[in-house]
Design a protein around this ligand. Structure first.
Ligand code: HEM
Length: 450
């Protein structure tokens, strides 16, 4: 490999190829590249990217500084500009007082008590989706779970349905996700206004998503209240002015929940079945546990905390294949991390994918072994102060939908335990693909009897 480490710089620096830096490797296989370099130089290093650089941060002690101890000093800033045309100023893209106000408005819809009330709807979606894939059917696992998770979000958070718009909506989500994945590491920013085919496709996809979301809002304004997230946003009033949420902010939060809430969960379930396909002993243990608790009924909210094996399988899939494999922060003024100088606005690339495979914390890190969570805590959502497990992030911005996602995952596994297993024909041919999250390709599988 052409990597050269600059011994003069204090933080190890991976320079890559002249002019481009590490861009070709990030584009070819970002997770693999970062892991390789972290194993070679340690989990804090700088990667040259064209004329600039990224500071890769993956050691728990550094993550604690950025996400907890000095969290207030770090912002998402311009690291999220690429997806701003889609998500506007939604929660994952905002900072400071505006973020706090929006987070407080939305939090109740995601609290455990409220998520428990949504379990029946989640189970109904799972049963309906599985009815379309009888034993013997061949399916694309990633696509199957993407549709399932999309319906769960629409039916639980917006109490609505997108059955009539589903195809163009799915195409739009695939487009925006691929756009984010392909542009994130280009050495130069391509303005979204330029008349390029990929820009046009992206803008059209955003317009499609906007149309669907605004028709959901219109139906609600004309209809009855449902007590869901959409109502919470419509009812929110500014404590000082008494004003309702501005239409553009409402739009941003709804598109955010739609987007952030389904692709990630779909990837968790997809990767779990990639691993279960080559570890049938864990598939069997999980199924036995689920069937012993609920032989002839869907999983209900109170069951979720009584299923350690199922929870451990999901945790281990999230460890090896965290859907949010990277996220970013920056600081507006220069600062020091350990003893190293960091420039103002340098992008800090926080990388759970690397953290989750540090040998110091995870023996045999590349091996799928849910036993490690059974022995520690199969119900952890991660992100505590000892941050070596952070699939949902950590600190004030920790994923608002973490418990929602796990509940959905366990309920989906319960439905499959009574229906059939998803056997991916050649798990070794499954490829990681970096879209806006870490997703999987080549996931064709047969629905088989247990
Ligand atoms: C397995 C599924 C999921 C994973 C792996 C995941 C991962 C993450 C991560 C790592 C963050 C932190 C980003 C940062 O600190 O910059 C985050 C934030 C967020 N997630 Fe999730 N997420 C999942 C499911 C969901 C669901 C189901 C929803 C909503 C229904 C959701 C909505 C959000 C929102 C709104 C934020 C921003 C929170 C804030 O900044 O206050 N996520 N997620």
């Amino acid at each position: 490999m052409l990597t050269a480490v600059d011994v003069r710089s204090k933080v190890p620096e991976v320079r890559g190829v002249p002019g481009l830096g590490c861009v070709p490797w990030m584009l070819r296989d970002g997770p693999g590249f970062l892991l390789r370099e972290a194993r070679a130089h340690g989990p804090l290093f700088r990667a040259k990217m064209g004329p600039g650089s990224l500071l890769v941060v993956a050691h728990p002690r550094d993550l604690r500084v950025v996400l907890h101890e000095q969290a207030k000093d770090f912002v998402r800033g311009n690291t999220v500009d690429l997806v701003r045309p889609l998500l506007g100023n939604g929660l994952p893209l905002s900072d400071g007082d505006f973020w706090l106000k929006q987070r407080r408005t939305m939090q109740p819809a995601f609290n455990r008590g409220h998520v428990a009330l949504l379990a029946d709807k989640m189970a109904a979606v799972c049963e309906r989706r599985l009815a379309d894939v009888p034993l013997g059917a061949t399916i694309d696992v990633h696509r199957f779970f993407t549709h399932l998770a999309r319906d769960v979000i629409v039916e639980t958070m917006f109490s609505d349905s997108v059955a009539n718009e589903s195809q163009r909506l799915d195409e739009a989500f695939v487009e925006v996700s691929a756009f984010a994945g392909s542009r994130a590491f280009l050495p130069v920013k391509i303005p979204i206004e330029w008349p390029l085919p990929s820009n046009t496709r992206f803008r059209n996809a955003v317009a499609t998503i906007d149309t669907v979301v605004s028709s959901i809002v219109k139906r609600r304004r004309d209809g009855e209240r449902k007590g869901d997230l959409l109502d919470a946003l419509l009812d929110a009033r500014d404590p000082e002015t008494g004003d309702a949420m501005a239409p553009e902010h409402l739009r941003d939060e709804l598109v955010t929940i739609f987007f952030a809430g389904h692709e990630t969960t779909a990837n968790m379930l997809t990767w779990a079945w990639v691993e279960l396909s080559s570890h049938p002993e864990w598939a069997r243990r999980m199924r036995d546990e689920l069937v012993a608790l609920a032989p002839d009924r869907p999983i209900v909210a109170e069951d979720v905390a009584k299923l350690p094996v199922t929870n451990a399988v999901l945790r281990e899939a999230l460890r090896l294949h965290p859907p949010a494999w990277i996220f970013a922060r920056q600081r507006l003024e220069p600062f020091a991390l350990r003893d190293y100088d960091v420039r103002a606005k340098e992008v800090l690339l926080l990388c759970p994918y690397v953290t989750h495979r540090l040998e110091e914390y995870w023996p045999n890190p590349d091996v799928f072994d849910p036993q490690r969570f059974l022995e520690a805590n199969p119900f952890t959502l991660g992100g505590g102060r000892e941050i070596h497990y952070l699939p949902f992030g950590s600190g004030p911005h920790v994923c608002i939908g973490n418990f929602f996602a796990i509940t959905e995952g366990v309920i989906a596994m319960g439905a499959l335990a009574r229906h059939g297993r998803l056997q991916i024909a050649e798990p070794s041919r499954v490829r990681s693909v970096v879209a806006s999250t870490l997703t999987a390709a080549n996931t064709r599988a047969r629905v088989e009897a247990w």
